[in-house]
Write a protein that binds this ligand. Structure first.
Ligand code: F6R
Length: 614
């Protein structure tokens, strides 16, 4: 895995493919490559950035000239280290078939041994290479077959996941693509077609796209495209209009996408609520679940499955739904849920949360829950993503494309959706009309509060400068702010590579307190709520062991200022609203610490934006 682009049309393919790969850089990768078709099959692939690949191309573009068909890939190493030879595309020994592949071929080792026994020599350590060698073998046994026929036959031999593109000089003038578990989109232009693993590289050329579903293949020529199942049954696909613009995926004057996305949050919060929050009427309108609301309200239990930051949003969802709607909620890592034979049945509702809508573990949890007869609902950001399409109903977060690998605006959007959902589930059951109106009014004020918190950016940058060389960090919070402590620690570790842990503050005395000394900065979320006094005691415990404290506190709180080394004051709100506010300074703190350490915050090492493999 990680990113796929393809082009077939009348224009020079190489510059288009390189531009497309640049658009996919946000997904995280370690190497990149392209293969083209003109009289021959020139290719370039190397470890390093798309910028490096572009320089190699510009140093000798001549051999790529005249190619109006090509495929390109950014790789995120799974099988085989990041290196030139493990980069995609992979070619057969004759150099007349090229493939790029996202996903993992699970039985590759067996297939490789079979092929090696027949004399095939492998050039890489990847699982993906078996695909091109298999295609070669099948074609050698029957030269009359088309490219699509040999790809189809090869796919029957393999187990696992794929987003695959293939081109060949033996059957030129076409790109064959196939999907199982790894997304592929076809962009439809005028006499030209674009292929990509998400819409980002396509949107500047066309907003008309076809999303392939699992088990589908397409043959794309300059004059059209044909979609069939892997079993070779013809099918009609709907053409969908993309609704996001290029401007939305560009940096808009910010140094990094992550910073832009942190600052976009007040606007995103408005977008999430637009048309849905009707404070005066005391109701929430959630079109995507309207027909299922009664069934949701009758759920015996709700199970939330997600990964990473989305899992943290799920934890806040648990507090919100139990608090407002009094329905029991469990939150599970999607990766654990899918393998632990969970007790789930038709009376349960499973909510999957995913920014990308493509996370392999979350998708597998969704499918497992469906198989067991549960009602499955989605909370997704990417419109038309696999999870969005496979859930029975759902709510889009409308956060717009999130490019920075570290999730920020998608998280706050997910929490707002969960807040709205909790209120929708409470209506007519567990809260009065007046409480509903008050809760919605509070939610409507969140964008304004968020804007005020963003004004603290300079202060937070100064605090970051004092701690940029720390080697460890501890984050503490209680109640609604406990998942925020987890999220703050995750943000810091993933972009600054500082070890950080989040804990419920009261748990500190059961272990982590042993770590506290003058070299251990502790971020404590100490806003005024029912556990405020207890969290002050936790700060005292840290202080008496010489730990340095950065506190997030409610405006006007002098007591915290007396105890902490630094205080970041945020507007006071109810406990249920707080995570939406307390997370913002933590996002900024991580961002500034990481940039001061010289880290690439938009593309942290070893991380991918969308984890479409297990
Ligand atoms: C952290 C982050 C990841 C994702 C996780 C799930 O900043 O971005 O932890 O939250 O990989 O991704 P989605 O939400 O796309 O399913």
């Amino acid at each position: 895995m990680c990113g796929i682009v393809g082009y077939i049309g009348k224009r020079e393919a190489a510059p288009l493919l390189l531009a497309g790969l640049h658009r996919l850089e946000y997904r995280g990768y370690d190497s990149a490559g392209i293969a083209l078709q003109n009289g021959g099959m020139p290719y370039l692939k190397q470890k390093g950035s798309v910028g490096d690949l572009q320089k190699t191309y510009e140093a000798s573009p001549a051999k790529m000239l005249g190619a109006t068909i090509g495929i390109g890939h950014t790789r995120w190493a799974t099988h085989g280290d990041p290196s030139d030879r493990n980069s995609h595309p992979h070619l057969n020994a004759d150099g007349d078939i090229a493939i790029i592949h996202n996903g993992i071929i699970e039985n590759y080792s067996l297939v490789k041994q079979e092929l090696q026994a027949e004399g095939y020599v492998f050039q890489s350590d990847t699982d993906s290479e078996v695909l091109v060698q298999l295609i070669d073998r099948i074609w050698k046994s029957d030269a009359s077959l088309s490219l699509e026929a040999v790809v189809r036959a090869a796919l029957r031999h393999v187990e696992g996941a794929y987003g695959l593109c293939a081109i060949s000089l033996r059957d030129p003038g076409k790109i064959v693509v196939a999907r199982k578990g790894s997304p592929l989109v076809i962009g439809i232009g005028e006499g030209e077609y674009f292929i990509a693993s998400d819409a980002a590289p396509i949107v500047e050329h066309t907003n008309r796209v076809v999303y392939l579903s699992d088990g589908e293949m397409a043959v794309i020529t300059r004059s059209g495209y044909q979609v069939r199942t892997i079993e070779n049954v013809a099918m009609e696909k709907d053409v969908v209009e993309l609704d996001f613009s290029l401007e939305k995926i560009e940096k808009g004057g910010y140094e990094h996408f992550m910073l832009k996305e942190i600052f976009e949050q007040p606007a995103v919060m408005h977008d999430v609520m637009r048309g849905r929050v009707r404070s005066d009427e005391g109701r929430v309108v959630l079109g995507g679940i309207e027909d299922y609301l009664d069934r949701l309200k009758q759920a015996k239990r709700i199970v939330i499955c997600a990964c990473g930051t989305s899992w943290h949003a799920g934890l806040i969802g648990e507090y919100l739904i139990e608090d407002f709607a009094r329905i029991p909620v469990e939150v599970d890592y999607a990766s654990e849920f899918r393998y632990r034979n969970p007790i789930i049945g038709p009376d349960d509702v499973v909510i999957v949360i995913s920014q990308s809508g493509e996370t392999a573990d979350t998708l597998a949890a969704l499918r497992a829950a469906k198989e067991k007869g549960a009602m499955v609902m989605g909370i997704c950001n990417v419109v038309g993503s696999t999870i969005a399409r496979e859930t029975m109903c759902g709510i889009y977060t409308h956060a717009g494309p999130e490019v920075g690998v570290a999730s920020t605006k998608a998280f706050t959007a997910q929490v707002i959706v969960l807040y709205m959902l909790a209120l929708a589930l409470s209506k007519g059951r567990t809260i009065s009309h007046d409480e509903m109106r008050l809760s919605l009014r509070e939610l409507s004020r969140v964008p304004e509060h968020a804007s005020r918190i963003l004004e603290l950016d300079r202060q937070i940058q100064e605090i970051a400068a004092s701690y940029k060389d720390a080697r460890n960090f501890l984050y503490l919070g209680r109640g609604y702010n406990f998942p925020v402590a987890l999220e703050g620690a995750l943000k810091l570790k993933e972009i600054s590579y500082i070890h950080a842990e989040g804990y419920p503050a009261a748990e500190m005395k059961h272990g982590p307190i042993a770590l506290i000394d003058e070299d251990m900065p502790v971020v404590v979320i100490a806003t005024r709520d029912s556990s405020y006094n207890k969290i002050l005691s936790n700060i005292e415990e840290v202080r008496s062991r010489k730990g340095r404290v950065i506190a997030i506190a409610s405006e006007g709180d002098a007591e915290v200022a007396r105890l902490a080394d630094h205080v970041i004051y945020i507007p006071q709100a109810s406990a249920q609203i707080m995570p939406l506010l307390t997370v913002i300074p933590l996002q900024l703190l991580s961002y500034h610490i990481a940039t001061l350490r010289g880290c690439n915050v938009d593309r942290p090492r070893n991380l991918a934006k969308s984890v479409t493999v297990e």
